[in-house]
Design a protein around this ligand. Structure first.
Ligand code: M6R
Length: 356
């Protein structure tokens, strides 16, 4: 049931605090976390794959595990797996991320990798799914059923799962010690509070949706972690509001895409901590061309040279995704509703894509 909400998507966006908390509690008690970390520290190389939103979760994972453990995983979009198969061997590990555990593209990548002896770690929301049956180790997200076609709560629970895995790997490698690991777990228990940003900012986001739903096209820009979140935000906007939104790493925008910018062209900046100065200069570049500049970011973006600011609270890199993503999901939701579309059932899309 929609529990009193007009759409599942809205309900699921607001369920994120609880989904994150349950995922964390479930994982810290699950021996699979240690087993997965063990596979990773012994791997020659680590590959990560997924489709759509789940692929975006792998990019966020790449960001964290590189910084925390010094391991740079090789990410690929599941349907592009043939390009990578010549490079994999039985000494490698593939992390496959899929909320449903039934996406054909992801299952095919896994089957091909398995044929070559690669060990598989699954991250999925569905117990007993095909992916979990193919995997050597499965980490379950405990988001609860997600009915809306747009992935929302499953995304952030994937991010949390992968972040915890990265920390566990860093601990096993001795890059951080046990007490550092515990403080990361402790900190992740605040992901719940961070994700309440959606409730708090809802009126603000609705007002922003009024402006953006009139646009034909927009950019969503960020740097580093923010670049990955930008891709996810752009996918949400396209998928349910049918407004064209294109994500780029902010620095890359001046290598071509900026040519599209004219008076009133909306550019959303995803404000993650640590890249304020550089994003400010990207904002200035956009403004100089007449763009309407919007920032959805942590409180350190207070002085951003933007026309519209949505400040989600004061969070560091570990917690920033949990505070920043819900308002962006909500933005896509309100745009879709204002434009008269059903956000739960976007055209041309199935919840789980079981064709190639
Ligand atoms: O079930 P999966 O996580 O494997 O699904 C992958 C994609 O089809 C899915 O994330 C899709 O991109 C969503 N509709 C995005 O909101």
């Amino acid at each position: 049931s929609k529990g009193g909400y007009p759409h599942y998507m809205l309900k699921e966006i607001f369920e994120q605090p609880r989904a994150l908390y349950e995922t964390l509690i479930g994982l810290i008690e699950d021996p699979a976390l240690e087993e997965a970390a063990e596979l990773l520290v012994n791997a020659r190389r680590v590959f990560v794959t997924g489709a759509g939103t789940s692929y975006h979760a792998t990019l966020v994972f790449k960001h964290y595990i590189t910084g925390m453990a010094g391991i740079v995983p090789i990410d690929f979009i599941a349907s592009e797996h043939p390009e990578y198969m010549a490079a994999v061997s039985h000494e490698d590990v593939l992390i496959a991320v899929s909320q449903s555990g039934e996406t054909t593209d992801t299952l095919q990548a896994v089957r091909e990798a398995k044929k070559r002896g690669v060990k598989i770690i699954a991250v999925t929301n569905v117990i007993g799914s095909t992916l979990s049956r193919l995997a050597d180790v499965t980490l379950y997200t405990r988001a609860g059923p997600e009915i809306g076609v747009a992935a929302t709560k499953t995304f952030l629970t994937q991010v949390l799962t992968l972040q915890l895995l990265a920390a566990r790997v860093a601990c096993k490698l001795g890059v951080i010690d046990k007490s550092d690991f515990e403080s990361i777990v402790e900190k992740l228990s605040s992901a719940r509070e961070a994700a309440r940003s959606a409730e708090r900012l809802n009126p603000h986001i609705k007002a922003l949706a009024v402006i953006l739903s009139k646009a034909q096209s927009m950019f969503v820009l960020g740097r580093l972690l923010g670049a990955h979140l930008a891709r996810e935000a752009a996918l949400k906007i396209k998928e349910i509001s049918y407004v064209h939104a294109e994500a780029y790493p902010a620095g890359e925008s001046k290598h071509g895409p900026i040519a599209l910018v004219e008076e009133g062209f909306p550019v959303i900046f995803v404000g993650t901590p640590g890249v304020e100065k550089k994003l400010y200069s990207n904002m200035e570049e956009m403004k100089a061309r007449g763009a309407k500049v919007i920032v959805v970011g942590v409180d350190s973006y207070e002085d951003a040279p933007a026309d519209y600011k949505v400040l989600v609270g004061s969070y560091d890199e570990t917690l920033a995704p949990y505070a920043i993503m819900p308002p962006l999901q909500l933005l896509a939701y309100h745009m879709a509703v204002m434009l008269g579309y059903d956000p739960d059932k976007p055209r041309n899309l199935a919840k789980t894509v079981t064709v190639e």
